[in-house]
Design a binder for this molecule. Sequence first.
Ligand code: ADP
Ligand code: MG
Length: 319
Amino acid sequence: MSGIDPEPAIVCEQLVRIYKTDALEVQALQGLDLRVAAGELTALVGASGSGKSTLLGILAGLDAPTAGSVRVAGRELAGLSHRDRLLYRRATVGFVWQNPASNLLPHLTAAQNVALPMRLNRLRRTARRERADALLDSLGVAHCRDRIPAQMSGGEQQRTAIATALANTPRVLLADEPTGELDSETAETVFEGLRTANREHGVTVLIVTHDAAISGQVQRTVAIRDGRTSTETLMRGAAAKPGAHAAAEAFRAVEYAVIDRVGRLQLPREFTEVYGLRDRVRLTHEPGHVGVWPDLHETQSPEQEPQDANQDGGENPHE
Ligand code: ADP
Ligand code: MG
């Protein structure tokens, strides 16, 4: 990787995507903000229907946002011409989808699958072959080079798919639940493949996953909720102790809320419920941090009996 890149690999600002079908309108993305620095490996998590695949489709250049801006590797995607969009998909991004079968052409061998995108970039035949072999080797699937997908396991197919996605040296690799159909041991090998793409090939990687084991291993996990980024969990390194359990103890997960450009912040429900935060809150300056207080004037106004306030606060039957 080449030093510090001042332009993040991915910048989404106030992304909106509305799907319109006959009578129905679905707001899949509702003003999503996301920045991913060049060289990062980030996991994206969120409930089903929260907008993860919609976001990846837009980043992949397969779909366009209804509003907002999205820049990948310094390119604004919103106004790309058809031709530039094709070039973008061919050379700037690579993707790996959940279903192994849909990532590879079934009648081509692993080596042929990896070499195919290079043809679009007019690489010479020997150069294509050498690069395909090198990629298969670096992803640990050199033994599959002459096999067609039906002769490979799901994990081998996904690692070959990663090699194929890397064929044209993309800046960003997108993976939508790439381990969703694999058992956990196989999933680990695919995840290792994505790490290899990130570490050895210098590609920025964004992985959508339900797999807690994966999000526990990456530096940064971004949570999407209702079409917006809601929280981020960063693995913060502590002073690593030498010894058998050093790796396990070296990091701890710290969860952050996301604050957007104009200062908007979404508080997780576990905070709003426990502290009775709603409608409005009082903010106070505290040494080195901000205090967020329930509006006590509201619940304990002088005209009210304290019991009213208690009843008020007690009508939240979440247990
Ligand atoms: P996720 O990948 O997080 O499960 P999606 O991005 O697939 O979420 O979907 C987000 C929302 O948009 C869902 O409510 C889904 O039903 C809706 N949606 C996704 N794709 C379409 C589509 N092509 N047409 C209409 N609605 C869609
Ligand atoms: Mg999805």
